[in-house]
Design a protein around this ligand. Structure first.
Ligand SMILES: [Zn+2]
Ligand SMILES: [Zn+2]
Length: 369
């Protein structure tokens, strides 16, 4: 790879124009590392939040943590993906949003590699030092050792696969942790990207019914295409009416599982009251610091509730998401979640961010020209 270079789109600070920069590709890869040539990347809401300055962010950095690419070079003789398939140059892959050390207490003992003491996250770090290509908004991505990797089936389109790395894998992890059982009645609060995957996955895993709560009619209608059986508009109904509506659809008992993926913490108060005795609550959306909700301890204790928070995911959850999306891609229009398309240039990535800001698309695509 000596003397070869590649370009990536750099974010250098809020309000500053994005910059296309050229850097050398690595001469030699660390054992277990992989150099990937980007096929497409998709823009996540959190990329936009970094770009808008809504959270502190290291610069200069290559943003982007969703993508699909082709293996160009592997850092040792033999490397398998996380499902045990041998990886070779030319394979089409997706990978986890992070690399973990595999050795620390969170990796080894607590089953939370996403909280690794030496955690690295793609699209989240200073990238003007080798190996440079640390986000998906570049012609190449350098996958560090400790990154979960999955080979993609030929008949899974790039557009369907790219968003798996973030929203879909996060939701798959949540459903595994909360233990979704066939026959469960599931309420989902929030029909965004996480909510649509949650609905489709819950339906595919055999939920008796999926009830979606949101405040936008357009999103609620869209959700019906992703396995939702019943919609409730929280703008038109008081919390008490929403709780009553859920009870009416669950023989007066309440839901087995409620999933919060709105990003709006106050909804948890009503969500807890939608649960049946012994119900389980999965909290994944309202992740912003200093957000809070009211919780009546009486409800939690006397109804014997389980509340479970989950941030990011383990490599196996990307495998679960891949499997669920692959097996159900004819049933649910996952492919339509990605778009519109923009070139992988400074101008193109800026326009993609703008289109997400204007809600023209839920996952704009950027692709090398
Ligand atoms: Zn994301
Ligand atoms: Zn670790």
């Amino acid at each position: 790879m000596a003397n070869k270079t590649g370009s990536a789109i750099f974010f250098t600070g809020v309000g500053k124009p994005l910059e296309e920069r050229e850097y050398p590709l690595p001469d030699k890869l660390e054992p277990g590392a992989i150099l990937v040539k980007t096929s497409i990347a998709t823009v996540c809401g959190s990329d936009m939040h970094s770009w808008q300055g809504r959270r502190p962010f290291p610069t200069p950095s290559v943003l982007g943590h969703e993508g699909v690419g082709t293996v160009m070079q592997i850092g040792d003789v033999l490397r398998t993906d996380n499902s045990g398939q041998v990886l070779t140059e030319g394979d089409r892959i997706t990978w986890t949003i992070m690399a973990a050390c595999g050795e620390c207490v969170f990796c080894k003992q607590y089953g939370l590699p996403q909280k690794c003491l030496h955690l690295f996250k793609y699209g989240h770090s200073v990238s003007d030092v080798p190996p440079y290509f640390l986000g998906t908004f570049g012609q190449y991505v350098y996958l560090k050792p400790g990154t979960g990797v999955f080979k993609l089936p030929d008949d899974l389109p790039d557009e369907t696969a790219s968003p798996l790395m973030c929203a879909a894998a996060t939701v798959a992890g949540g459903l595994e942790k909360i233990g979704l059982d066939p026959g469960d009645s599931v309420v989902i609060q929030g029909a965004g990207m996480l909510g649509l995957y949650a609905a489709a996955f819950a339906s595919a895993l055999g939920a008796r019914q999926v009830i979606m709560v949101d405040i936008l009619d357009k999103r609620l209608e869209e959700a019906k295409r992703f396995g939702v059986d019943h919609i409730l508009n929280a703008k038109e109904m008081e919390p008490g009416k929403l709780i009553e509506a859920v009870k009416n659809r669950t023989d007066g008992m309440g839901a087995d599982v409620v999933i919060e993926v709105t990003g709006f913490a106050p909804v948890v108060e009503a969500g807890v009251k939608m649960l049946r005795i012994g119900g389980r609550y999965l909290l994944q959306g309202a992740v912003y610091p200093n957000d809070s909700f009211i919780l009546q301890s009486h409800d939690v204790i006397t109804k014997c509730l389980t509340l479970r928070g989950l941030h990011n995911y383990e490599p196996k959850h990307l495998g679960m998401a891949l499997d669920l999306v692959y097996r159900n891609q004819q049933k649910f229009p996952f492919i339509e979640l990605a778009g519109p398309r923009f070139p992988l240039t400074a101008d193109g990535v800026g326009k993609a961010m703008g289109s997400l800001e204007q809600r023209e698309g839920i996952r704009p695509i950027v692709e090398p020209c």
